[in-house]
Design a protein around this ligand. Sequence first.
Ligand code: SF4
Length: 420
Amino acid sequence: MNADTAMVPTADSAPQLGVARLFAAGPEARHRDHLAAYGPLPDPGNASAFLSALEASGLTGRGGAGFSSWRKFAAVEQARRTRRYTPRAGGPVLVANGAEGEPLSFKDATLLHSSPHLVIDGLLAAARVLGASKMVIYTAAANLEPVAAALAERPQARDIEPVASPEAFISGQASAVVNFLETGRALPTDPAGRLAARGFKGRPTLIHNAETWAHIALIARYGGSWFRRLGTPGDPGTRLLSITGDVPAELVLEVPGGALLEGVLASAGVRPDAVCAVLVGGYHGRWVRPAGTVLDVAGGAAASSVRPGAGVVHVMGHGRCGLAETARIVGYLAGQSARQCGPCLFGLPALAEVMLRLAAGRGGPELVREVNRLSALVAGRGACHHPDGTVQLIHSALETFADDVPWHLAGQCQASGGAL
Ligand code: SF4
């Protein structure tokens, strides 16, 4: 018996983890702080019990797409059980994805600096259940030091390898992660759905966002019902948000699922009357007005809800132009194409050019028609979500800043107050 399995924490023995579930061990927690806050990692039991707890929790991925975590786990477990791969190649592979190519996100970096042991626990628990022998923590080079220090405190984590991710927007896309681990090139290959059965070197591969693994560590300790004590039935548990933009100080907040955006902004010290619009979910997210908006993983189920995506909340104050800001972001995204798919390689720069002209007031109503035409040409035509995410951002801008469009077409910007 070792320190990781000495006692069995349960929901009843769980410390009073309020909204700060993931940071309960304090900043830059050592293993002893981690054990003091959460107790040891219990024996996770068999795959069926582990899967039931995950399913009961309703946990969804915290990296962007919001997939059901238990379904991903179940797909890998089924591939392992039915041996729909070459067992000689090795058992399942687990990856904690903390790449955060999204420029507005730093929640996974914060988590890996403050609570690396939760991420490690999530991997270790799943590895015992799935018989995985290869585990990777994939994150920016700047986060490797705390990860390596935490791993050095855990002899039983010696099979976890820290790997530096390239600094590119799509480096965290699931198939790009596997491609990078295999070939050193972080380029998406095909939709992530097949990785569970045939991922890294043909082995079943389970990739979760780093934060998702941390939640799995807590569910392994306290159970699925405990996880649901915060959040809503449709969006249980908590999630981390990176709050940036026109805010008193950029910070990471942990909030319950289904949180009101206005409440989140108030917690970040932002005055409601100072906010023009908020970009939620990141560069592949949506612009919204905060009044009455709920952050909910089922975004769209209610007219006022928006998916938190990668957990980004970027505040734009009054006096800034949403169309100009969107044009800047689309220009960045066009430059982040992995240059593998024609519609993405040629379509995104064309979209960026039209958005730039719209932001600068260089053209007439044909610009909006051109945005719609180009959007239809690129959406759904890439090997990854990059074109679709970019189109989603543009359309949300045209919707949220609809009142600004005629002004721009007339050579004026009412948001920044002057001629273009
Ligand atoms: S859609 Fe774009 S980013 Fe995605 S794989 Fe194709 S070229 Fe690369």
